[in-house]
Design a protein around this ligand. Structure first.
Ligand SMILES: [Ca+2]
Ligand SMILES: [Ca+2]
Length: 373
């Protein structure tokens, strides 16, 4: 990924970007919640002098409102600082690096990580899957006019029999007159699911599914790509309840997809392994398919299941994962604290829902800050 230098003239007369950003992602293990699987590496790639400044998450907005800037100091040429990240769910993360002196750079890194709660779990607390950003919109001649024009918030849950996908779409004009494999030309959603994602590009369990509601209330369920041993065409095994509320400009897709429709006969996924997941929304406001929005990738601009993101099917509560990882993060800065590590630990705590656990950890952090910094 490349940094975009927003003030090229200010960097010692050249447009060389002195820092780079890399997201390192390891396997997620629900049984070891204290071992979070994301680290951000901020490297001084071209700054002759040690660089200092802050790094701040800009997107997704839901996180940006909670997470605070992380300070870093004196990274020498060729050196890097590692920033531990809490459990985040998104297709991409956008950061802004501000160096001392005020020069800023923005960079996006691909995350491709989401979580599904166990169906019926109360509360169902896996983070929502949001399609609401300009960078998720791909124009096919149209122009995205904002969240009321097209956006969605989705939740996925699961049990031993089914995957449940609920997509709440905001779209000012619902237009769908196509049927069967052509529904992508009108308002509709497409799901990419890879039930054996660990097999990478040789996976034999990739599905591309589509769901649409036409003007007469008719629902189309379609499959363009099927796991080995299953047929493409009408997706008769799934249940889709799709409703349109014109007053709210809202279309709700409630999908129940049997898991045996997502893999070939006899295949069983190991419980902890992620599935591949991509969600695409087609946009048609009455003048043809004008664009689409895609969470992750691999459907809209080219068929490639390797571009799907990881989705982890949780057995337990997502909030507990956040809490246990935040406790560990705070413990670790009791032993070894520098401002980068303390700021990073604070962001683990900021993500927690309001309550006693959060208050307790905030107090501990405050003590560490006063003592060490
Ligand atoms: Ca629209
Ligand atoms: Ca539309």
């Amino acid at each position: 990924m490349q940094f975009v230098n927003e003030a090229p003239g200010k960097v010692t007369g050249t447009d060389i970007v002195p820092v780079s950003l890399e997201l390192s992602k390891s396997a997620f293990n629900e049984a070891d919640p204290e071992k979070t699987n994301l680290k951000l590496l901020l490297k001084n790639t071209a700054g002759d002098q040690p660089v200092s400044g802050v790094i701040q998450l800009l997107q997704p907005e839901g996180y940006a409102g909670k997470l605070t800037p992380i300070r870093f100091r004196g990274i020498g040429l060729g050196q890097s600082v590692t920033i531990e990240l809490p459990y985040l769910a998104s297709d991409t993360l956008q950061y802004r690096v501000t160096l001392d002196g005020g020069v800023t750079y923005t960079a996006s890194v691909k995350l491709g990580q989401s979580f599904a709660s166990r169906f019926g779990a109360k509360p169902s607390d896996a983070p929502a899957i949001d399609l609401s950003r300009a960078d998720q919109y791909f124009s096919l001649g149209g122009k995205w006019k904002g969240a009321d024009d097209l956006s969605s918030s989705s939740n996925v849950s699961w049990d031993d029999k089914n995957l449940y996908v609920s997509v709440v779409v905001h779209d000012d004009v619902h237009h769908q007159t196509w049927s069967n494999g052509d529904i992508w030309q009108g308002d509709s959603i497409q799901l990419g699911i890879d039930w054996s994602r660990k097999d990478g590009s040789s996976s034999r369990n990739v599905s591309e599914l589509g769901f649409g509601l036409n003007g007469q209330g008719g629902v189309t369920q379609w499959r363009w790509r099927a796991p080995d041993g299953l047929a493409t065409g009408a997706l008769t095994g799934a249940k889709a309840n799709i409703t349109r509320d014109e007053t709210k400009g809202q279309t709700v897709y409630d999908l129940t997809i049997p898991i045996d429709q997502l893999h070939g006969p006899g295949y069983a996924k190991a419980p902890g392994d992620p599935i591949g997941f991509t969600l695409l929304m087609n946009e048609n406001d009455g003048a043809g398919r004008s664009g689409f929005m895609e969470y992750n990738g691999g459907i809209g601009t080219g068929k490639d299941a390797a571009l799907f993101g990881d989705m982890y099917l949780l057995k337990g509560s997502f909030t507990e994962l956040l809490e246990e990882s935040a406790e560990t993060a705070v413990e670790s800065v009791k032993k070894q604290s520098d401002m980068t590590r303390v700021d990073a630990a604070a962001n683990f705590v900021q993500l927690l829902p309001e309550g006693k656990a959060k208050q307790k950890l905030l107090k501990e952090l405050e003590k560490i800050r006063k003592k060490a910094l």
